[in-house]
Design a protein around this ligand. Structure first.
Ligand code: SAM
Ligand code: SF4
Length: 331
């Protein structure tokens, strides 16, 4: 039975960060040296994640997404997928990945029960890709997307964070991919993190509103018509260019927050339940789990989290999230 929070929002979605480590160092997400490594025993074991997912499913949470850090960088990730796919009540199991290792794992993930992937990709230019990610190869991600498509992990959504002076000049080239290659693309407004201020860049002025991206696309490629995605629409608003097979979505945490429709809880890799991406309130699940808590006791903590979920974030009032970077929460 679906549970509702204090603001009448159905809470049916759990995002699970399985690691805060990553094989890339995107300039807007991680410091060049990566995040300080947590001791191995601080990170939830797969059996512990499974208990939390069982408790969540019992409360009507039927959508689960694995994220990170980079989920494919955690050893044996397909084993976790297999365990989660078997939980009664979870009918939508997906992953957000940078795609670098996707070509290697796509078939194994499908066999384990993964249904869909979102791949993060901010540029179509190899040199720029290397600069943004500080170490990645664009070709690996493109191969990963192709492998995911062949394996049936669809619809694949491509997530692009737009940052002024970094990749805002590529919006039209990226939008063309919805026509030429049927991509389902989502432009995400960058949520500035002061701790990661880009060198030589005024973070207040680097965000690009979705309305600006949309205007650029329409001026070059035609009017966007409202569209629907067959699965996993999330907080994006979707459109289609004339004649395009793929869609263009906009995710607007800054210019038009979608807190009124927020349906999710987030679990960090070290076992803290976050009530909102952009608020530091957390409920510790790791300690009770390691003291032997049952699925029922974890359910009670999930219910507490649902009851305490804040109404909205306050990023527009320059409230900072200080405790963790995006890579530690999972985006
Ligand atoms: N490593 C995986 C990936 O890159 O897809 C999963 C984790 S990553 C933190 C999840 C998403 O958060 C990515 O699409 C990334 O672009 C996005 N992200 C990271 N930092 C962000 C920020 N400051 N503002 C907006 N999106 C951000
Ligand atoms: Fe890693 Fe994803 Fe953050 Fe890039 S956005 S550094 S791939 S966690």
């Amino acid at each position: 039975m679906t549970r509702f929070d204090a603001y009448h929002r159905p809470i049916n979605y759990l995002r699970i960060s399985v690691t805060d480590r990553c094989n890339l160092r995107c300039i807007y997400c991680m410091p060049p040296e990566g995040v300080p490594s947590r001791a191995h025993d601080e990170i939830l074991r797969y059996e512990e994640i499974e208990i939390i997912a069982r408790a969540a499913a019992g409360l009507g949470i039927h959508k689960v997404r694995l994220t990170g850090g980079e989920p494919l960088a955690r050893l044996g990730i397909a084993d976790l997928v297999r365990a989660l796919a078997r939980i009664p009540g979870i009918d939508d199991l997906s992953m957000t990945t940078n795609g670098v290792l996707l070509a290697r794992y796509a078939d194994e993930l499908v066999a384990a029960g993964l249904q869909r992937v979102n791949v993060s990709l901010d540029t179509l230019r190899p040199a720029r890709f290397a600069a943004i990610t500080r170490r990645g190869r664009l070709a690996d991600v493109l191969l990963g997307i192709e492998a995911a498509r062949r394996a049936g992990l669809e619809p694949i959504k491509i997530n692009t964070v737009v940052i002024r002076g970094i990749n805002d000049d590529e919006v039209i080239d990226l939008a063309r991919k919805t026509m030429d290659d049927g991509w389902n693309l989502r432009f995400i407004e960058w949520m500035p993190e002061r701790t990661l201020a880009l060198e030589g860049v005024d973070w207040c002025e680097q965000t690009v509103a979705a309305s600006e991206v949309r205007a650029q696309i329409e001026a070059a490629l035609g009017t966007l018509e409202p569209a629907k995605l067959s699965a996993g629409a999330g907080p994006a608003r979707y459109y289609r260019l004339p004649g395009a097979k793929g869609t263009i979505g906009f995710i607007t945490p800054i210019s038009e927050h979608f807190c009124g429709e927020c349906n999710r809880l987030r679990l960090t890799a070290d076992g803290q339940l976050r009530l909102c991406l952009l608020s530091d309130q957390e409920i510790d699940l790791r300690t009770p789990l390691r003291q032997g808590a049952s699925v029922e006791q974890i359910s009670a903590l999930l219910l507490e989290a649902i009851a305490r979920k804040p109404q909205r974030h306050h990023l527009d009032e320059r409230q900072d999230v200080e405790k963790r970077t995006m890579a530690q929460i999972g985006g």
